[in-house]
Design a protein around this ligand. Structure first.
Ligand code: AP5
Length: 211
């Protein structure tokens, strides 16, 4: 099963993606995590992506589609994947679905995580993430040790107030049109109420996926 998680920054795509992937026994692929690892490792891809990411802008579609090609050429995605943070533009949606069609595969479900803007800003302002495994936390200060891997919790540069505002704007202008594109293509898109208890949101999402 291939599932694309859609939704604004802070909607919980990372948090829920991890849980859904674990329950379905397939990997979660987060383009943001892949890019942050490339920045950390100082690769050519990371150096090219860093300035876009720090401002909260999108990195070029060609970079993202290159990552997706590697992902779906890997045997680890033979049973499917939960895609967190991709697709974010209509050209990415066209590129990904076209590439999957060539492989005889398709996106089975687009899950749209829905949360109001005030809650998003509150969540992102209070977030720290592990600098090693990227797990997000709320209410824990930078420097705290990650419960999962012992890495250090840090604040993401794009969680500064100005970058958060830009990311929400970028979402409205560049990513929200993907929703209409999916509807036009008559692919399955389900809106999930992503406010409230984390466990309940996971159950809502799994109910849609497992029927
Ligand atoms: P990315 O890492 O994908 O960031 P994002 O989409 O902005 O999403 P976030 O990680 O900020 O939020 P999330 O929805 O995953 O929420 P989370 O679970 O962490 O991308 C970063 C950058 O990389 C982009 O800006 C761009 O530059 C680049 N990039 C990546 N993909 C790209 C693409 N396809 N094309 C172009 N560029 C791309 O939760 C947020 C917080 O809320 C956490 O603290 C969490 O603990 C808390 N929380 C979660 N659920 C709840 C709940 N139910 N109640 C209360 N708190 C909660």
């Amino acid at each position: 099963m291939i599932v694309v998680l859609l939704g604004p920054p802070g909607a919980g795509k990372g948090t829920q993606g991890e849980r859904i992937a674990e329950r379905l026994g397939i990997p979660k692929i987060a383009t943001g995590d892949v890019l942050r690892a490339a920045v950390r490792d100082g690769t050519e891809q990371g150096l090219a992506a860093k300035a876009y990411m720090d401002r909260g802008d999108l990195v070029p579609d060609s970079v993202i589609l290159g990552i997706m090609k590697e992902v779906f050429e890997s045997p680890s995605t033979a049973d499917g994947a939960i895609l967190d943070g991709v697709v974010r533009t209509v050209p990415q949606a066209e590129g990904l679905t076209g590439m999957l069609a060539e492989l005889g595969r398709k996106v089975d479900n687009f899950l749209l995580f829905d949360v109001d803007d005030d809650e998003l800003v509150k969540r992102l302002g209070g977030r720290t993430v592990c600098d090693t495994c990227q797990t997000p936390y709320k209410g824990l200060e930078p420097g705290t040790k990650c419960e999962k891997c012992g890495g250090n919790l840090v604040r993401r540069k794009d969680d500064e107030p100005e970058a958060i505002r830009n990311r929400l704007e970028v979402y409205r202008k560049q990513t929200a049109p993907v929703i209409d594109w999916v509807k036009e293509k008559k692919m399955t898109l389900v809106k999930i109420d992503a406010s409230g208890d984390v466990d309940e949101i996971t159950e809502r999402a799994l109910k849609e996926l497992e029927g």
